[in-house]
Design a binder for this molecule. Structure first.
Ligand code: ADP
Length: 380
């Protein structure tokens, strides 16, 4: 029976309005009130000031504060199925808060909240951007997991304050991203001491160094500390972010340094991520991944099927393969495939098996093994 040829799928469904966004970065925190929105807004402007095209999405459905911080309160234009983001301070911007009236409480919970966020971010027409920063709601529940899995994130930044209690929950948020294979670009410590405007002395009101220690303990990058600066708060309330006012206060300098550090660390994270630039099926039915360096790798349906890493093919307890390759027809085909986030491809085979998620980094190392010992079958 003739198989329908699967379509080439360079982006997953959620990313239609984001098709021309180069990198999507989530900004999360374990706890609310650590200054995630203040950091996101000023960081976005510092990044824009380096010459990058930057979009900012306020997806904090439980406390969307960025319209106030950016001095925006008009409704976005709707064009067909899409929302057109607003422009201010050189940023392209959208917030769930622009769609809600000020006194409207947010009562979405669990799956409903996830669906809402998913729909919301799918329907924004971002245009061409170098970076889209997504200010997530605090915590590590359904909404954050949905976003992390579906928004094809390049990486995540975690904002914390130096206190132990904030660090503990920051770690939880970080583990959530790791769990869904989103690379951690680094940790930012906000409220990292108070610098006296008169003498320049740093008073560690909430102690300092906790974020740096957490980063070191977990083996992730420390991107920098932002001091407490009453001007940061006042400018947020005024609707003109401190970074837009320029100046050379320690907080402004800290954001400038943060943007520089972010750029160098994230380019390394991007280089390390084994994400293909395209996925396709060849005429003879092999899965072909093209890597950003122009090289490509070809995997036969049979080799992939017998190497399926799913729980029904590999024992979760022992890690031993439970699938007997003799059960698999030599002429098995790939009947569909779909990119999973930025880290894997899910494959449906002609025997209807569709639970295998093949991670790109493993496919890449398999490709290397194939090159080293041509002719041998591989294990994913
Ligand atoms: P979150 O998004 O984590 O809930 P916000 O960004 O809304 O936190 O910040 C909470 C409050 O703390 C706001 O009033 C904000 O102006 C203030 N704030 C945040 N970071 C700083 C800082 N580094 N210095 C001074 N005030 C800050």
């Amino acid at each position: 029976m003739a198989q329908d040829k699967p379509k080439r799928q360079p982006h997953n469904e959620i990313s239609q309005g984001m098709a021309r966004v180069k990198h999507i970065i989530a900004i999360g925190s374990g706890k609310g009130g650590v200054g995630k929105s203040t950091v996101s807004t000023n960081f976005a402007i510092a990044l824009k000031n380096t010459g990058a095209k930057v979009g900012l999405l306020d997806a904090d459905i439980y406390g969307p504060s960025q319209p106030v911080m950016l001095g925006l309160n008009k409704q976005p234009e709707v064009r067909g199925d899409y929302l057109i983001p607003l422009k201010k301070h050189g940023l392209v911007f959208m917030s769930i808060g622009l769609l809600l009236s000020e006194d409207q409480p947010v009562i979405w919970r669990g799956p409903m909240a996830s669906k809402m966020v998913q729909q919301f971010i799918t329907n924004v027409l971002w245009g061409e951007l170098d970076y889209l920063l997504i200010d997530l709601p605090p915590g590590s529940g359904d909404v954050q997991i949905t976003l992390a899995q579906q928004a094809a994130l390049t990486g995540a930044i975690i904002v914390t304050t130096p206190q132990q209690v904030a660090l503990g929950v920051a770690n939880k948020g970080l583990q959530m991203f790791k769990h869904v294979n989103v690379p951690i670009i680094g940790i930012v410590e906000n409220m990292s001491g108070f610098i006296c405007p008169k003498c320049g002395e740093n008073t560690p009101i909430f102690k300092t160094g906790g974020g740096e220690k957490l980063a070191a303990d977990l083996g992730v990058n420390f991107l920098g500390g932002i001091p407490i600066d009453p001007e940061l708060m006042a400018s947020g309330d005024e609707g003109v972010p401190l970074l837009e006012k320029k100046g050379d206060s320690p907080a402004v300098k800290a954001f400038v340094d943060l943007a520089q550090k972010f750029k160098s660390v994230s380019s390394q994270v991007i280089a390390d991520a084994a994400e293909p630039s395209s996925i396709a099926l060849s005429d003879d039915g092999n899965l072909v991944l093209e890597w950003p360096d122009g090289q490509s790798a070809s995997f036969s349906p049979y080799d992939l099927r017998i190497s399926c890493p799913c729980a029904s093919c590999v024992s979760e307890d022992t890690g031993q393969r439970t699938l007997d390759p003799k059960q698999i027809a030599l002429d098995i085909k790939i009947s569909g495939y779909e990119k999973v986030g930025r880290y894997a491809v899910g494959i449906t085979f002609s025997d209807a098996h569709n639970t295998g998620i093949f991670k790109f980094d493993r496919l890449k190392s398999i490709e290397q093994k194939q090159k080293d010992s041509t002719g041998k079958t591989f294990n994913v």
